[in-house]
Design a binder for this molecule. Structure first.
Ligand code: SF4
Length: 303
């Protein structure tokens, strides 16, 4: 079935068989994101919203949509935070994309770097620690994003995670028997009652990687360098390839992982409540479940 309104140049075929032209696809995509914001109550009036922007297609797409909404409705304030991990051959290009995107739209952008905050780039940390790059990157990015968002008085921190990212995380936790970690997933995460944490929201939760890539392409939001040098070294990369293979053979698999996760999410969140177990790190005072946070533990190994 062709797009009823716009004729014969479809850019996307939905599972229902409906084909969408460029303009209908853009409307369909933005409507899905607005619906996600609404049904999960991700943003409330007058909030200060920080977007973690990397310059890749996901974060630039979500920043673009939220900027359009904020400019029209003016019911929340928007700014962006960029973390420069120090990944040579990759991050310098995405930083340039993010900076020019924010400059063109007058979106305040705050840049933090691993080198300045921790004394080492990610490339240097990988060489010294001999650990998987994504493990190191994840620990320091989470730490710095939370601290930056809190210092900049953000009420919520937006990330560009899409449906594929979330489905991968759910399966990774299953395969590694880390089910408690799945309690920390979902369209909105973090501890509401603890001001040391800025809650994270994922407006792209219900759209697939493929849809985001197409949206970014059609809206001319894509930079030229979207693949991190380290991406294929991760367990996530293996799960991503497996899910893509299954999705090709059995359409709707990713959607099914997310929908079944959403059904059990309230039970998991209740069972693995963390509110009472959060301490302050003995070294840096940031929130942690143990005595010393993961970032300070890694920093000690680096030194
Ligand atoms: Fe960091 Fe890994 Fe993502 Fe690269 S792929 S930005 S190393 S988490």
């Amino acid at each position: 079935m062709a797009c009823k309104k716009c004729g014969p140049d479809p850019v996307m075929r939905l599972s229902s068989g409906v084909k969408l032209c460029r303009s209908c696809f853009i409307k369909y995509f933005e409507k899905k994101v607005r619906k996600t914001l609404r049904i999960f109550s991700l943003i409330e009036a007058k909030e200060r919203i920080a977007v973690a922007v990397s310059g890749g297609k996901d974060s630039i797409s979500v920043l673009s949509i939220l900027n359009d909404i904020a400019s029209k409705k003016k019911h929340f304030q928007l700014f962006a935070i960029l973390i420069d991990e120090g990944i040579s051959g990759y991050r310098e290009h995405t930083i340039a994309t993010a900076k020019s995107f924010c400059e063109e739209r007058n979106i305040p952008l705050h840049v933090y770097s691993f080198k300045k905050e921790f004394g080492y780039t990610l490339d240097e940390m990988v060489k010294k620690l001999g650990m998987k790059p994504c493990t190191i990157c994840g620990v320091f990015r989470r730490y710095l994003l939370n601290r930056a968002a809190r210092e900049l008085k953000a009420d919520k921190l937006v990330t560009g995670h899409n449906m594929d990212d979330e489905a991968q995380s759910v399966l990774m936790n299953q395969f590694k028997s880390n089910i408690g970690l799945s309690a920390r997933l979902g369209p909105i995460t973090g501890v509401k009652t603890d001001r040391r944490f800025v809650r994270r929201i994922k407006p792209l939760y219900m759209v697939s990687e493929k849809e985001v890539a197409l949206y970014a392409l059609l809206k001319n939001l894509r930079g030229k360098h979207n693949e991190c040098t380290y991406e294929n070294l991760s367990f996530r990369g293996e799960i991503r390839d497996m899910l893509n293979y299954l999705e090709d053979k059995h359409h709707g698999v990713k959607n099914n992982v997310i929908n079944s996760y959403l059904e059990i999410m309230p039970v998991l969140k209740e069972k693995y409540k963390t509110e009472d177990q959060i301490n302050s790190c003995l070294k840096c005072n940031e929130p942690t479940s143990g005595d010393v946070c993961a970032a300070c533990e890694l920093l000690a190994k680096l030194k």
